[in-house]
Design a protein around this ligand. Structure first.
Ligand SMILES: [Zn+2]
Length: 362
């Protein structure tokens, strides 16, 4: 290293990584908020959703402004979600950890990867989707980074780096795709068959028939999930239908060609002989997301990431169930566990896995 640079104390670089992380985290907040709504990432400037005031630069400092403003908008006092400061803090901590663990070129690539993981995690928490721009973007970024920095893939030549990155993306996609398809065959759809036509009630809260009732958030895990059935008769307020097809998703009920918002539905009674209730623990987005993770970490990380994410997911699911006293149907997104497992791999997982695999081999 250049002697002038060597004279700079290491705490300075650590502090610089933290500040850079917080600033980048502030931009990640914009991505998390705007990407699922298909809004531009650069325009307009950040504004308060309560009063519409453009947020000035000194009220937009990462973490600090949130603390000084007491988590409220200066203009109208509307509460600012602590998740903004959380994303900035998390990004800062990860940048520091990455900077202190890896050589500069690898640290640069892993910092980009960490950003993609953070955005995917927070969007998935809120919307139960991971946008293609993030998942396919990760595949692209992973291949490009591995081509320039082949050591990411334990390779020496640039072409080998890009090759193992592509192999990782393919392995990630194919493995999780298979898991999802098998899962669908086994748990994909819960069919309820009634011995004779039965009255089923749909309300803004959920679905009820006989002694059973289920809330919508337990039935639907993704925006694309839909409950479908053919009804012999339907009654809604003072309206009625004969022989109509019913389709329900998280926001609306469709009877034939007519659409009713779920929120203001009141109570819809349908007579039917069978129901098809979607069950899907993972979506297409997770499959593409694991392809993106594979592009950065290589094929050898895929089994660890699937294994560790399912252990983490089950553990947290169980914990949430105990704490919140919610049923088995309680839906949690899977993307955040994939992201957490990918981070475990970067920092220590490769070593743990090697020890474990050696143990298995005797
Ligand atoms: Zn405001």
């Amino acid at each position: 290293m250049n002697p002038a640079l060597e004279a700079v104390p290491s705490w300075f670089w650590t502090a610089a990584a933290a500040v850079l992380g917080a600033v980048v985290g502030s931009f990640l907040n914009v991505c998390i908020h705007r990407m699922p709504r298909n809004e531009s990432l650069v325009r307009p400037r950040s504004h308060c959703p309560g009063c519409g005031t453009t947020i000035s630069w000194f009220d937009n400092l990462p973490v600090l402004s949130w603390i000084f403003l007491g988590g409220k908008c200066r203009g109208c006092g509307m509460r600012i979600s602590p998740s903004y400061a959380m994303v900035e803090t998390l990004t800062a901590l990860l940048f520091v950890a990455i900077w202190r663990t890896f050589a500069p070129a690898e640290a640069f690539a892993y910092a980009i990867f960490a950003c993609l993981l953070i955005v995917a995690t927070f969007i998935d928490f809120e919307h139960f989707i991971i946008p293609d721009r993030i998942t396919l973007g990760s595949v692209f970024a992973g291949v490009v980074c591995s081509g320039f920095i082949p050591s990411l893939q334990n390779a020496e030549r640039h072409s080998a780096g890009a090759f193992w990155s592509l192999a990782g993306a393919a392995a990630g996609y194919a493995t999780l795709w298979t898991v999802v398809e098998i899962g669908k065959k086994i748990f994909g759809m819960k069919r309820v068959e009634f011995p004779h036509p039965t009255e089923v009630f749909l309300t803004p809260e959920g679905l009820r028939f006989g002694d059973e009732s289920e809330r919508w958030e337990e039935i639907f895990s993704r925006e694309s999930d839909a409950l479908r059935f053919g009804a012999i008769g339907i009654r809604l307020g003072d309206r009625s239908w004969d022989q109509a097809h019913v389709r329900v998703n998280w926001k609306e009920v469709r009877v034939g060609d007519e659409v009713f918002p779920l929120e203001t539905l009141g109570e819809l009674m349908a007579v039917t002989k069978r129901l098809e209730i979607p069950r899907e623990a993972m979506g297409r987005g997770d499959v593409k997301f694991l392809a993106g993770i594979g592009a950065f970490l290589g094929p050898q990380a895929i089994f660890f990431v699937i294994f560790a994410s399912s252990v983490l997911g089950s553990a947290f699911g169980l914990l949430l169930m105990l704490l919140a006293k919610r049923g088995w149907g309680f839906k949690i997104p899977y993307g955040p566990y994939l992201a957490a497992a990918a981070l475990l791999w970067i920092f220590q997982g490769a070593n743990w896995w090697a020890v474990w695999a050696r143990g298995l081999g005797g």
